[in-house]
Design a protein around this ligand. Structure first.
Ligand SMILES: C[S@@+](CC[C@H](N)C(=O)[O-])C[C@H]1O[C@@H](n2cnc3c(N)ncnc32)[C@H](O)[C@@H]1O
Length: 307
């Protein structure tokens, strides 16, 4: 088996959360109760009442996972093993949750496996966002629901800064803006066009976290701000000027029906794998994928062929 770094050189770069205290510093102690509550409301509005198998892409430490309780099982996928370890500590080890360390660009699942997927606060780390969305599409069944959150470059703050000449980039132009290394904001029309090109029908859009402004969060009661946001979210299909946008998308068109009993595939060569922990071995290309402390690790694969 070749070295992981060499293997990954010709695939899009991954934003590294290994060893990060993101959950504690950003959410638990970072004054983000307002954003978290707004996102909970948006998810409630967009999630179907039930489902069988949900794929949570960029699950991090599992902050949102309990919100997917309508699904029988949830696969938490993240590139960072340490994020998944935190998620496992939080959510436990019941068969309801499956922990998978893998790259969104090289998903280790047979085509057409999932009837639901979410990607929250993760597309904004994707240098090749459209490619990432194409990968998501391949693992979804026909009619599956995909809830995508993305960071909106056309938000009121960036528009104001642009008009006051405090910001050089144009919030109305369609291309993504990389405002920090591997951190991208997107134009809503561009994301919609990518989704449509990937055979998703955009069913509903909610604009979220309209009042993400320090002095408002400090001076107004949390409950009031969240209530106001919950009302403003409902304008999301008409216009999108909030920093965050949640979309519910339905997979249309045909998708493959997986062979009964198959689940994982080799991300290096695409052949279905037998689920044989503590070591999954690809009978075709010989790659090994370890399962350590209940976390499947598919990060060592050579790049899969792009569609
Ligand atoms: C900002 S965090 C969001 C975590 C979680 N969705 C939440 O909202 O709390 C982004 C997550 O995406 C993961 N990530 C980034 N690029 C990835 C990739 N190419 N494949 C898999 N996970 C990735 C990171 O490891 C990180 O845990």
């Amino acid at each position: 088996m070749t070295d992981k770094k060499e293997d990954m050189t010709d695939t899009p770069p991954v934003c590294n959360y290994e060893g990060s205290d993101y959950q504690t510093s950003f959410w638990d102690e970072g004054g983000r109760a307002y954003e978290d509550a707004c996102e909970e409301i948006a998810l409630k509005r967009l999630l179907p009442t039930g489902g069988k198998l949900m794929l949570e892409l960029g699950a991090g430490a599992g902050r949102n996972t309990p919100r997917y309780r309508g699904y029988e099982r949830v696969v938490l996928l993240d590139y960072s093993r340490t994020q998944l370890e935190q998620a496992k500590q939080r959510l436990g080890d019941s068969g309801e949750y499956i922990y998978v360390a893998a790259d969104v660009y090289h998903l280790p699942f047979v085509n057409g496996l999932f009837d639901g997927a979410t990607m929250i606060r993760t597309l904004h780390h994707m240098a090749e966002a459209r490619l990432a969305l194409q990968q998501v599409r391949t693992v979804l069944q026909e009619n599956a629901i995909f809830i995508l959150e993305y960071a909106n470059k056309q938000n009121l703050k960036s528009i104001l800064r642009y008009l006051l000449r405090r910001q050089s980039w144009n919030p109305f132009s369609p291309e993504p803006i990389e405002f920090a290394a591997l951190n991208f904001d997107f134009h809503p029309a561009t994301v919609r066009s990518w989704l449509q090109l990937c055979n998703f029908s955009v069913e509903r859009q909610l604009t979220v976290s309209h009042f993400r402004i320090g002095f408002l969060k400090k001076s107004l009661p949390l409950k009031l701000l969240v209530f106001l946001d919950s009302l403003a979210q409902l304008t999301g299909d008409a216009w999108q000027f909030s920093p965050s946008v949640f979309t519910r998308n339905r997979m249309v068109g045909k998708s493959e029906i997986p062979v009964e009993g198959t689940f994982f595939k080799c991300p290096a060569c695409g052949v279905a794998l037998e689920d044989t922990p503590p070591d999954l071995v690809c009978a075709t290309c010989g790659e090994h994928y370890p399962v350590v402390d209940g976390i499947y690790d598919f990060r060592r694969a050579a790049p899969a062929a792009q569609e």
